[in-house]
Design a protein around this ligand. Structure first.
Ligand code: AMP
Length: 216
């Protein structure tokens, strides 16, 4: 199963991908998380990427494609993976197609989580992420059992630097401009499935599972 989970920032791509990963036991490839990990580990690529991220900009296609290429070269992604937040531009989608073609394969499904801008602003303002394992929470819809502490690993929860109002506004503009055209790109390929993201986390997940079960 090779799938891509798409949607505007704050639509729940990361949390839904984490649940799919756990349920189906397949690796999730999140470019945003890989950049944040690299930054927290003081790696050059992470420091470079954070210059774009903290202003709400997209990291360059060159850096992003490279980090994905390295990840797809690892054996655990040969049969199955979930892409979360990549590709985000048509140029990245074309680069991904080339990478997969080199491996004699292609994406099975692209799942787009639909959401309105109002809902997205509320989600991102209240989003918290674990410093250690990257698990995501929402202070209202998916709060941790103990305030400020990750349920999964006990790590400290923090608010992402790019979850401020101005940054979110900019990310949504960029999404409309650069990422939304990908919906057409995948619609034409016949691999696009739409899921309503403006419902509870569990119901969004159920709708995603319906799509995935239909594939097999
Ligand atoms: P995410 O965790 O998916 O919301 O990503 C956080 C930030 O990382 C984004 O706002 C971008 O600045 C950067 N980023 C993640 N994935 C990509 C990508 N595919 N292309 C460019 N920038 C990305």
């Amino acid at each position: 199963m090779k799938i891509l989970v798409m949607g505007p920032p704050g639509a729940g791509k990361g949390s839904q991908s984490a649940k799919i990963m756990e349920h189906y036991d397949i690796p999730s490839i999140s470019t945003g998380q890989m950049f944040r990990d690299a930054y927290n580990n003081n790696e050059k690529i992470g420091i470079e990427a954070m210059k774009y991220i903290e202003n709400g900009n997209l990291v360059s296609d060159e850096i992003t494609n490279e980090i994905v290429r390295l990840r797809l070269n690892k054996e655990d992604t040969l049969d199955s993976f979930i892409l979360d937040g990549y590709p985000r531009t048509v140029a990245q989608a074309e680069a991904l197609d080339d990478m997969l073609e080199e491996r004699g394969t292609k994406l099975d499904a692209v799942i787009n989580i639909l959401s309105s801008h109002d809902v997205l602003f509320e989600r991102m303002e209240k989003r918290r992420v674990c410093k250690d394992c990257g698990a995501t929470y929402h202070l209202k819809f998916k709060p941790p059992v103990k305030e400020g502490v990750c349920d999964v690993c006990g790590g400290e929860l923090y608010q992402r630097q790019d979850d401020t109002f101005e940054s979110v506004k900019r990310r949504l503009e960029i999404y409309e401009d650069k990422t939304k055209p990908l919906l057409d790109y995948y619609e034409k390929k016949g691999t696009l499935y739409q899921v309503n993201g403006m419902q509870s986390f569990d119901n969004v997940y159920k709708d995603i599972v319906l799509v995935l079960e239909d594939l097999s």
